[in-house]
Ligand binder design. Structure first.
Ligand code: XMP
Ligand code: MG
Length: 178
């Protein structure tokens, strides 16, 4: 598994430090708001688990599954909602928790959707941001790290469902997906 990694981009220590900082900021901003943190499966699962333990105020959590990727390292541009929320978001403050914003297609779709479902406020916290590849004009409110235009895996992110369990963010060797 680790033999498929070209370079470790963000190691465990750096992830832990940044996730704590994001948690502190979110804690300050969301005091008294009782938000629903919505994790976008499966990529955000590891980030979500670490992040919520750095937010010591009342929050609810939920998950949905959206995808614009098959077994490809490229976005198809078409977003599909595979599993919907189990909660009513009407009148609620929503914080979407994403692994990475790439083209922005997924976020654009979800932001529109939650607004049309009557959410009072919808914000986004993404661990990673790949601004070079943006197709939609979306900006995450909280960003862990800006990264170059490389395909990365680990800490929840996959290629063809593998590598999610790596404890760091690493650049995948091109020969694996080309
Ligand atoms: P869009 O293009 O809609 O994509 O902003 C967001 C989703 O695409 C996946 N994605 C990646 N997954 N390594 C991955 O493992 C990457 O470098 C990468 N870039 C995009 C991811 O699922 C994200 O939620
Ligand atoms: Mg994702």
């Amino acid at each position: 598994m680790i033999a498929d990694i070209q370079e470790i981009l963000i190691d465990e220590k750096a992830l832990e430090k940044r996730v704590s900082e994001l948690g502190e900021k979110i804690t300050k901003d969301y005091r008294g708001k009782y938000p629903i943190l919505i994790g976008i499966l499966k990529g955000s699962s590891v980030f979500m688990a670490d992040l919520i333990r750095k937010i010591p105020i009342p929050v609810e959590i939920d998950f949905l599954k959206a995808s614009s990727y098959g077994a490809e390292a490229r976005s198809s541009g078409v977003v599909e909602l595979e599993t919907d929320l189990s909660m009513d978001v009407n009148g609620r403050s929503i914080l979407l928790v994403e692994d990475i914003v790439d083209t922005g297609n997924t976020l654009n779709y979800l932001l529109n959707r939650f607004e049309s479902l009557g959410a009072e406020e919808v914000k986004v916290c993404s661990l990673l941001d790949k601004p070079e590849r943006r197709e939609q004009r979306v900006i995450a409110d909280y960003i862990g790290f800006e990264i170059p235009n490389e395909f990365v895996v680990g800490y929840g992110l996959d290629y063809d469902q593998k590598y999610r369990n790596l404890p760091f963010i690493g650049i995948l060797k091109r020969e694996i997906y080309e």
